[in-house]
Design a protein around this ligand. Structure first.
Ligand code: ATP
Ligand code: MG
Length: 433
């Protein structure tokens, strides 16, 4: 099998071979090109018999970054493309290097003349959609517990079944995840949450995921006692994560959105369950988790916002759409709608008619955008100077302008100088009396 390598990789492999060193393309690139059929390669990894100094000699004159000298890795920039070149680990052969990799599908290697080399049955496993460890699963996960989450991530993203032995070993070693850097955990979880098979993974491996995310435990099996709910809180959450568009911010918001429910539960005299104030509680818990997992500030703010506002209902009429647009902005409002739609799909069928309302809302937003930029202070028929003449000063000027924008958008006040001034005068005299 011949695969399409980037010319830079071809060149680097040829240079190493010409200098007398074995060299192979390995890792995710071979997997993605040969098995997954994805031509977008994130990173190019080359394994070679050459030692670090020899690699440096072969690529003398190229820009070289010492990425991980301890592990025998240097990054060489070949014609603008960074290539990670690593000396065979765990011995001096490709075979020994590959046996210490995580899953069989990640042990494929490519040689310029020999083509694809598959020493551990990775292609066959992938064809059967089986995620299998190289050698002993227990040993692999003990060596590096991050592999447990990598495994769940691959299963979710590539829609694979986790081999029974590997699944059992994941469960046995799950507590080792406590020793893994939170950044690496967060990175795997984010990718996993955006995979097409995330529902299955959340259902089957909630016990493993509860190690980095113990907060999910109280959702599992928590009955809602509500005619519109057909799942317990965790079951509902899983559906919402499954249904929300595969985008990190939305996926995390979906996972978090009802986390506060178990702490806000009450039942009315008819026995119906309620969760008053759960959105705010969920946002509080979400924020704590994101702090612990060291999320970046922007994502953290966005996700908290979505969780806190997920149960706001916005009527599909012009006035409330304009108000919401002004309050949230286009992007946030659209996200809120996409989350709302997924949330609706996690309820009983009787609720699904709300999906039409979300469609209408989305159309109205599109219309509002098409018609022009959102109305703002600069568009008013009065400005700060006019207000000073009316006797306003300091912060009161800004407040009055904001008030006018709201009134024009939401209360049909005409954007004409006289009308605006009359409106302010009326409000002033109302305040004084
Ligand atoms: P992606 O780049 O999509 O995250 P990948 O499989 O390419 O996935 P990398 O972190 O780029 O992952 O690693 C490249 C290769 O190194 C992998 O394909 C695998 O063979 C090996 N590898 C990476 N991380 C581990 C690990 N924790 N344990 C064992 N082998 C690993
Ligand atoms: Mg990679």
């Amino acid at each position: 099998m011949v695969i399409n390598l980037s010319p830079q990789v071809e060149k680097a492999l040829a240079m190493l071979n010409d200098a007398g060193f074995e060299a192979y393309l390995v890792g995710g690139a071979v997997r993605d090109l040969c098995l997954v059929g994805c031509s977008h390669v994130k990173d190019w990894d080359i394994a070679t018999a050459a030692g670090t100094d020899e690699i440096k000699t072969v690529f003398a004159g190229f820009r070289i970054i010492e990425t991980g000298i301890k592990h025998g890795t240097v990054t060489v920039i070949v014609d603008g493309e960074p290539l990670e070149i690593t000396t065979f680990r765990h011995g001096d052969s490709l075979r020994q290097d590959l046996i210490h990799r995580d899953f069989t599908m990640n042990t494929l290697a490519y040689h310029r003349e020999q083509g694809v080399i598959d020493l551990y049955g990775g292609a066959e496993d992938f064809k059967k959609r089986k995620l299998r460890c190289v050698g002993s699963s227990l040993e692999r996960f003990c060596e590096d517990p991050l592999r447990i989450l990598r495994g769940l991530r691959f299963a979710s993203v590539l829609d694979m079944d986790i081999d029974e032995e590997a699944a059992a070993a994941m469960r046995r070693n799950k507590d080792l995840l406590q020793n893994v850097a939170v950044e690496r955990i967060r990175n795997e979880l984010t990718q996993m949450l955006c995979g097409p098979s995330i529902g299955r993974i959340l259902r089957e491996f909630s016990d493993v995921l509860a190690v980095p995310l113990p907060e999910i435990q109280s959702m599992i099996g928590f009955e809602q006692y509500h005619p519109y709910h057909c799942y317990d809180i965790w079951g509902h959450t899983v559906v919402v994560v499954e249904k929300v568009p595969a985008e990190p911010v939305l996926a995390w918001a979906a996972l978090f959105h009802d986390m506060g429910k178990p702490f806000c539960f009450s039942r009315d005299p008819q026995g119906v369950g309620h969760f008053y104030g759960h959105a705010a509680k969920s946002a509080e818990i979400a924020d704590r988790i994101m702090e612990r997992l060291k999320f970046d500030h922007v994502s953290r703010k966005e996700i908290s916002f979505l969780v806190e506002h997920h149960d706001r209902s916005i009527a599909p009429n012009e006035k409330s759409v304009k108000r919401a647009l002004r309050q949230y902005g286009v992007e946030r409002l659209s996200r809120l709608i996409r989350l709302g739609r997924a949330d609706t799909l996690g309820h009983t069928r009787e609720c699904w008619h709300y999906l039409e309302e979300f469609d209408q809302l989305e159309q109205m937003i599109q219309f509002a955008i098409a018609v022009g930029k959102p109305f703002s202070r600069e568009d008013l028929a009065v400005n700060g100077k006019d207000l000073i003449q009316l006797g306003y000063e300091g912060p009161a000027i800004g407040e009055a302008l904001n008030l006018l924008v709201d009134a024009v958008i939401c209360d049909d006040l005409k954007n004409e100088k006289d009308a605006l001034i009359t409106y302010l005068r009326k409000r002033k005299s109302m305040k004084q009396t």
